[in-house]
Design a protein around this ligand. Structure first.
Ligand code: DGY
Length: 324
């Protein structure tokens, strides 16, 4: 079978596919494919593995009628029009679970980095502005016994909650569509409504999927409800946060700080005003970027495709209704 991979992925994933006798074409340039180039490449293939953030909309599925399955090397799938995929009978899979630890680690890193203004202090050294020890300048805040609010307590949120509880005895509150009984039982996590999540969190970490319902959920109204000592963390998708409102809230002191691994749009421009702020730490969407996790994601994405090639249900299918 002919498989097209939209971005260079860890070799282990490619080896799994070639060892099974399939022909693999990889788009290895760091530049994303244009919409037309993506369609042309996918028209030459039977199966596609998406290693990047390419968009697959209804025009894509209509243009690739022979496509037999799409395997995403990501847990998020807001870049895919799932109803169009189902309409065109294309099963789509993702890579849940394997990146939870690494992404939670990154959220934890951002919480610490923001709380101690780490990126700002690092920049001071680079700019020759380390004049000496100063007992009062640019102080951070501590996390012990503070309240961690989690918006979207699934696998990643649970990993973060565990770390925050173990390291700083943080109290865990969360808001979800459904209750997370494991988090309540193991960590004493408390389910709260969205307003209480905003008003009670010292650190509020976003782990929900980007949907029509969650887009821009963190906007001026939300920031007005939050403590002015609060830290906002986003390692999910940039679209959940209204970025201009966030910048205004930070500049005006409505919020104390923010840590972002995802922005809207991506990549963020280097002159974005958020990058100038002392209490803001921003990373370029590297939540899952460890050797171990990316290997596991590539293997899981390749295994999903192999199942589809054999005519089986993809183990991590997102649109199971496609098989009905
Ligand atoms: C995901 O898997 O959705 C991440 O955001 C990409 O690593």
């Amino acid at each position: 079978m002919k498989i097209f991979i939209t971005k260079r992925i860890p070799q282990k994933g490619i080896d799994l596919l070639t060892a099974a006798g399939h022909e693999v074409e990889v788009h290895s340039s760091p530049e994303p494919l244009s919409e037309t180039a993506l369609i042309q490449a996918c028209q030459r293939a039977d199966f596609v593995l998406n290693g990047g953030m390419q968009k697959f909309d209804s025009h894509f599925f209509a243009s690739c009628p022979n496509l037999r399955a799409l395997s995403l090397m990501s847990v998020g799938y807001d870049n895919v029009d799932l109803s169009a995929a189902t309409q065109y009978k294309v099963p789509v899979s993702n890579t849940p679970g394997v990146l939870s630890g690494a992404t939670a680690d990154l959220a934890f890193l951002l919480i610490l980095a923001v709380s101690r203004k780490a990126f700002f202090h690092h920049k001071r050294i680079l700019q020759g502005d380390w004049k000496g020890f100063d007992p009062t300048a640019h102080l951070g805040v501590e996390l012990n016994n503070k309240t961690l609010g989690i918006y979207g307590l699934g696998r990643i949120g649970l990993e973060l909650a565990r770390k925050a509880r173990a390291a700083y005895n943080m109290e865990i509150i969360y808001h979800n569509r459904g209750r997370n009984h494991e988090a309540e039982r193991v960590l004493g996590a408390r389910y709260v409504n969205f307003d209480d999540l905003l008003t009670q969190s010292d650190v509020l970490s976003i782990h929900a999927a980007l949907t029509a319902e969650t887009a821009n959920r963190f906007n001026q109204d939300a920031f007005r409800r939050m403590k002015n000592t609060a830290i906002l963390i986003n390692t999910a998708r940039g679209g959940l946060v209204h970025e201009k409102d966030l910048a205004d809230a930070l500049y005006s002191g409505l919020l104390w700080g923010a840590g972002l691994d995802v922005t809207n749009p991506e990549p963020m421009k280097s002159d974005n005003p958020l990058l100038q702020l002392e209490n803001v730490c921003i990373l370029p969407h590297i939540g899952s970027a460890t050797v171990e996790t990316r290997d596991n994601m590539a293997l899981m994405a390749a295994s999903n495709l192999l199942a589809a090639i054999k005519g089986q249900q993809m183990p991590q299918i997102i649109n199971p209704e496609v098989y009905i």
